[in-house]
Design a protein around this ligand. Structure first.
Ligand code: EPZ
Length: 420
């Protein structure tokens, strides 16, 4: 398994361009199942999760080509079941269920596993599909869904931790070809969900309330192909901003949309990080010392849970106490023990991590556990004195396109070491 070898202490300097959003492109690829026509999806990041989703679509019978950041997907003849092993291995594939069911009237997918950050239930996805008229049979780790034809209805999709991002996408896609009007209440408002809605509208779907907690979808008979560009990845942008600030660098970030992460910019400002908008790009500097800042992760437009680990890495460098509270997932502090191996002082109290920042970090071997925890360890390694080796960076490759190349272009001393 590959690892990153990082010599810390070099301020990042230069320019970086943000790739397309992983969490938008995965449901967009599922939405292509809704039409026999060809869908062209541009600005697609070359990630292992995207290549996985390509294999899943091909196992369903789709023709998929992926080159130079453009996906061409044609789901002319598809079947309602795919390669279970593939589907089981990637949670994000649950969002093929809605499109398959509404187009074919039957579908079966494997129940997605949980992961280190939480049990990742799908009860809200299933609640929405049953409300639309699906008959579900769950056995042997598979969900078999059947319908005589989905019928529009009103569905409240809020759960114990607020709205569901992929659940909203799944039900919106199912409703796009259902008979009648569907109202989704407590819909997720994340930019990635808006991207799915805009993609569906470009295919001829009728959706209003995009970006609001109430989506109204009027079913149509069929959808046509489209040519669509994915939004930039706001989580990657925030990751690079935290890295620039952690190394006291001066980085120009191209292609990000700051309106997609206003909550993060607000906290970064509070922490003493300067983010200026210059000719369509963002310039990140950290003129003085970092200051502590408290963060609570919330559904959009609150502070995103996917930036919690990266921001914590930054706060280990801010003299004082920062309280970081995780309200979306039940165990998203796997990075804490590893940050402590680099000398960070963090105590976990229930849903909160109390970060006593300000002590310099020193390099050590650390283990990545999930996608965003890996990013936090890279940020800490870039700021730490000495050498940090981040093991199991296959986690990182799921959601960051050629991260080491982008960081090296900014002057980081980082190399990928082929695993033993
Ligand atoms: C999406 O996951 C993202 N993944 C996650 O990003 C992100 O952290 C999450 O949204 C929250 O923003 C993709 O888009 C591929 P949820 P999703 O359903 O849709 C509970 C990353 O690092 N819930 O919005 O699976 C759930 O347990 C990944 O890029 C239910 O209770 O997340 C959680 O507590 C990690 N029942 C909360 O809702 C359900 O049926 C939010 O989950 C569904 C979810």
């Amino acid at each position: 398994m590959d690892s990153f070898l990082i010599q810390g202490g070099t301020p990042l300097r230069g320019e970086v361009t943000i790739s397309g959003s992983k969490n938008a492109v995965l449901p967009l690829m599922a939405a292509a199942l809704l039409t026999k026509d060809t869908c062209v999806i541009r600005n697609v990041p070359d990630l292992s999760d995207v290549r996985f989703m390509v294999k899943i679509l091909e196992s369903l019978g789709a023709d998929v080509a992926f080159e130079a950041g453009t996906l061409t997907v044609r789901c002319a003849r598809i079947k309602g079941f795919g390669d279970y092993d593939l589907i089981r291995k990637m949670r994000g594939s649950i969002c093929i269920l809605g499109p398959l069911l509404t187009r074919l009237h039957e579908a079966s997918v494997s129940l997605p596993g949980g992961c280190v950050i939480g049990t990742r239930p799908i009860d809200l996805h299933l609640k929405g599909l049953v409300a639309l008229g699906a008959k579900l049979d769950i056995e042997g780790g598979y969900i078999r869904a059947k319908t005589k034809g989905l019928k529009g209805t009103t569905i409240f999709l809020g759960g114990r931790a607020g709205p569901t991002v992929l659940g909203t996408a799944n039900i919106m896609m199912a409703a796009a070809l259902a008979d009648g009007v569907t109202v989704i209440e407590s819909a997720a408002c994340e930019p990635e969900v808006c991207d799915v809605a805009n993609f569906l509208v470009s295919m001829g779907a009728k959706i209003t309330g995009i970006g609001s907690p109430t989506l109204t979808i009027t079913g149509v008979k069929e959808l046509h192909g489209t040519d669509y560009e994915v939004i930039p990845d706001r989580i990657e942008a925030c990751t690079f901003i935290c890295a620039a600030a952690a190394t006291k660098g001066d980085v120009i970030i191209h292609g990000a949309r700051p309106e997609h992460f206003a909550a993060v910019l607000d906290k970064l400002r509070e922490a003493g990080v300067k983010v200026e908008r210059k000719a369509g790009a963002l310039r990140v500097t950290r003129p003085g010392k970092l200051k502590p800042a408290d963060v609570t992760t919330l559904p959009y437009s609150g502070f995103p849970t996917d930036v919690q680990a990266q921001f914590m890495a930054l706060m280990t460098l801010a003299p004082g106490i920062s309280v970081i509270t995780e309200r979306i997932f039940e165990s998203r502090f796997m990075h804490v023990a590893e940050l402590m191996r680099l000398g960070a002082d963090v105590a976990i109290e229930g849903p909160s991590a109390i970060v006593k920042g300000g002590k310099p970090l020193s390099g050590a071997p650390v283990m990545a556990s999930d996608l965003r925890a890996s990013a936090a360890l890279v940020i800490a390694g870039l700021a730490a004195k000495g050498t940090t080796q981040v093991h199991r960076i296959y986690h990182l490759d799921r959601g960051y396109e050629r991260m080491e190349d982008k960081l090296r272009k900014l002057g980081a001393k980082i190399e990928r070491v082929d695993g033993e």
